[in-house]
Design a protein around this ligand. Structure first.
Ligand SMILES: [Zn+2]
Length: 255
């Protein structure tokens, strides 16, 4: 379902099957390859505030924007706080306390920063509106998925049936051990009890909630990748908290 492209030394994941349903939408996710950061941020760390050298992060972002043809000041990114605040944006820049974006602006890149949490993109091909969310366990249980469909309807009268959803890499249930208290905050179908430990199936939770909101199962695209299983991605859990951040970018292009 995904394909990797190599460009300017970067290795970037894409969703080729999207094109038939959503010709103007681009969704890219980064891997660790192609940047300048040194261990444990090697090498394409895109996250600031993780302990990496700022000039290296800025160089990595510059390389990514060049590789993807993103213009100056055309990246909207959030000061993510595991909340459910979603901003409507028409310009690039950093938006504090924001875990999601909605835009109808073309060639505006919505960037989601993650290293185990899931990036989720919702797009309406007919209305030409795109949303991108940072969905960890707090945002998911807090209702950020329901929030985005509410906003898409209120602002643009978008019916979820006519949208596509794209879920990027995040942590798989096998790798995602949680405490009992956390597990009990989720429905039984989204948690697993293995021996003495509890595991959370966040990808299943996200998919189910997205489909319950009205997205057709055939319109749900999932990378199927686990950030912790796949060494080519940054994982907060696997790397003991000191690691870089992957970016998933959603952008509408002019056709
Ligand atoms: Zn895994």
């Amino acid at each position: 379902m995904i394909a990797w492209i190599e460009t300017n030394g970067l290795r970037i994941g894409t969703f080729p099957a999207l094109e038939a349903l959503a010709p103007a939408l681009r969704v890219w996710f980064t891997s660790r390859s192609g940047g300048v950061s040194t261990p444990p941020f090697d090498s394409l760390n895109l996250g600031s505030h993780v302990g990496d050298r700022r000039p290296d992060v800025l160089e990595n972002r510059r390389r990514l924007k060049n590789a993807l043809g993103i213009g100056k000041n055309r990246v909207a990114r959030g000061g993510q706080v595991h909340g459910i605040e979603i901003a409507s944006v028409t310009r690039g820049g950093k938006f504090e306390d924001t875990d999601g974006f909605i835009t109808s602006s073309k060639e505006l890149a919505l960037a989601i920063n993650s290293a185990d949490c899931f990036p989720l993109v919702i797009h309406s091909p007919s209305e030409m509106v795109t949303a991108a969310l940072h969905v960890g366990r707090s945002g998911a249980s807090g209702g950020i998925i329901e929030e985005v469909f509410g906003l898409l309807y209120d602002e643009f009268r978008i019916d979820p049936e006519n949208t596509v959803a794209v879920c990027g890499p995040g942590i798989c249930p096998r790798c995602y051990e949680v405490g009992r208290d956390v597990a009990m905050g989720f429905p039984s179908w989204a948690r697993k009890h293995r021996g003495k430990t509890w595991h959370l199936d966040l990808p299943r939770f996200i998919r189910t909630r997205t489909e319950r909101a009205g997205v057709k199962p055939a319109n749900f695209f999932d990378s199927g990748l686990c950030t912790a299983c796949d060494d080519s991605l940054f994982s907060y859990r696997r790397d003991g908290g000191r690691t870089g951040r992957n970016w998933t970018i959603a952008m509408m292009v002019r056709l």
